[in-house]
Ligand binder design. Structure first.
Ligand SMILES: *[C@@H]1O[C@H](CO)[C@@H](O)[C@H](O)[C@H]1NC(C)=O
Ligand SMILES: *[C@@H]1O[C@H](CO)[C@@H](O)[C@H](O)[C@H]1NC(C)=O
Ligand SMILES: *[C@@H]1O[C@H](CO)[C@@H](O)[C@H](O)[C@H]1NC(C)=O
Length: 473
């Protein structure tokens, strides 16, 4: 419908115009690209994969977990357990923005236990969390972490109290694993929890940091194994800190640490740390329903700059801008992304979602404020944010709600793998094109045949911490 119609001309542009145009369109419209209908080969591949896995029930219920990039044709969701073949087919191919199903139970959107009983449509599901879809990395059936539920350290001026922490051995207890096709069409094979552990792609290292890696087998077919995790709790408002020592980097990679709400784009999307290939600059983006706009003086109150696209950059609405949204790229801060980030042992990203609006800061390892290390964060002392989206014309609780946190490393796909991006140089801090750097003319060929190149494509995360406030939120 309207979204798709707007998107299609852009898709055409992105593959037929010069690299410059395509590049400037593609990052802006990466989510739009993801919203396009799956191609015929992809459909067939998806259907075959589904038949092979024989996880029809998961696929039917996959609708429940649609992210911004995943739309399912609600009318194709089959309610009868006898129609498994149809269900597996239509729920995969029904990737059309015209029929985004309405989820009435947003609070339980990321909660397997609750969703189990929230809709009669899903009554054919078995009662285990695994069959419901997501697999849990821990043997515990509780979606809640067993510890770290309150802030023990709070004597500073911070008005924020810790409400959740993912760290150490329990890091993966707080997440679910996405083990279906990549909604952004990457050359990846996302693993479920047990496969992720067994293959060694996730681990807790000797420094008690969570590692999420990419398979380095030299030659693979179909897709390279990787990880995508979703937090199992939803939040509305709050302050989230993420401390990483390393992030995926290099040609072919498209890593992101981000948040998403239900009924996309109505529940909003906040991309906190994201980029592709050998970029060295981070881009923070908002994608919203209609009505959220940014003031004309936006750039004077942030370190980064609003990217310019084919549509009004100040309008964050996905519908009005063919999913361009409001993107802020930071060309100034050193070592905030990719190889630079890794060279300094990373640092802390912070995202504050409060009455004042949504803002993102980055602190390199050597310059992490003591209020952060003391678990008593005080954003008012942090100085100018990398990206600072004020609430003036964008109510942060109208346009954003019920978000869960996501880490993923996809490879190629709609952004990293787009021809114009793969072949382009001189953008977001990347001087040489990946085609030139790798000698491969396509991203997918490189990813499938050059596993050793992906040794650096891993996240090494010390913690994710959520804080809440009775005065700021
Ligand atoms: C949704 O799926 C149904 C059943 O497969 C199909 O008849 C209908 O055309 C689809 N709608 C759209 C908009 O794709
Ligand atoms: C999940 O849903 C159950 C049942 O409604 C509820 O008791 C539990 O607190 C929820 N867990 C989370 C993490 O929201
Ligand atoms: C903060 O508290 C509000 C109100 O209880 C809740 O809706 C929100 O999800 C909380 N956010 C976090 C990060 O805990």
């Amino acid at each position: 419908m309207h979204v798709s119609n707007l998107i299609l001309p852009l898709l055409t542009l992105s593959v037929t115009t010069t690299a410059v145009s395509a590049l400037h369109i593609t990052p802006q419209h990466k989510k739009a690209l993801a919203a396009q209908k799956i191609s015929e080969p992809a459909k067939r591949e998806g259907v075959l994969a589904a038949a092979h896995k024989n996880k029809v029930k998961r696929l039917v219920k996959k609708k429940k977990r649609q992210s911004c990039q995943v739309r399912y044709n609600a009318t194709s969701i089959v309610t009868s357990s006898t129609a498994e073949e149809t269900a597996s087919t239509t729920s995969i191919v029904g990737d059309d923005a015209s029929a985004i199903p309405t989820l009435t139970n947003n609070e339980n959107w990321a909660n397997a236990t609750a969703t189990q009983t929230s809709s009669s449509v899903y009554e054919t599901a078995s009662t285990t969390a695994d069959d419901w879809g997501f697999s849990s990395a821990s043997s515990s059936s509780s979606p809640q972490p067993s510890s770290t539920t309150s802030a023990e350290t709070s004597q500073s001026t911070s008005s924020w109290s810790k409400v959740e922490e993912w760290s150490g051995n329990s890091f993966f207890d707080n997440v679910n694993f996405w083990e279906w096709n990549d909604p952004t069409h990457g050359t990846v094979d996302f693993l479920g929890a047990s496969d992720a552990w067994n293959s060694g792609l996730i681990s807790i290292n000797s420094n008690k940091r969570a590692v999420m890696a990419v398979d380095t087998t030299q030659v693979v077919s179909g897709g390279r194994k990787s990880i995508r995790i979703h937090g199992n709790r939803v939040f509305t408002g709050g302050l989230v800190l993420m401390d990483a020592y390393h992030m995926p980097d290099g040609c072919g990679t498209w890593p992101a640490w981000w948040q998403n709400g239900p009924n996309w784009p109505e529940g909003g999307e906040i991309d906190i740390l994201e980029g592709v290939n050998a970029f060295t600059q981070n881009q923070v983006s908002l994608h919203t329903g209609q009505g959220c706009t940014m003031p004309s003086d936006l750039n004077s109150n942030q370190v980064g700059s609003l990217t310019t696209g084919s549509y009004n950059s100040y309008d964050c609405s996905s519908t009005n801008t063919a999913n361009q949204g409001c993107g802020v790229r930071d060309e100034t801060t050193q070592n905030a992304y990719g190889s630079g980030f890794n060279s300094i042992g990373g640092g802390v990203y912070a995202m504050r979602w409060s009455k004042a609006g949504i803002a993102v800061w980055f602190f390199p390892r050597s310059n992490i404020p003591s209020d952060i290390t003391n678990d008593s964060p005080d954003p008012s002392s942090w100085g100018k944010a990398m990206a600072n989206f004020p609430s003036d014309n964008c109510d942060p609780y109208q346009f954003f709600y019920d978000h869960y946190n996501i880490f993923d490393t996809t490879l190629c796909g709609d952004w990293a793998g787009a021809d114009g991006v793969w072949n382009y140089a001189g953008y977001a801090g990347q001087d040489q094109s990946c085609a030139a750097k790798t000698g491969y003319s396509t991203c997918a060929d490189y990813v499938l045949n050059s596993g050793s190149s992906f040794a650096d494509a891993y996240w090494e995360v010390s913690y994710v911490k959520y804080f809440n406030s009775t005065t700021e939120v």
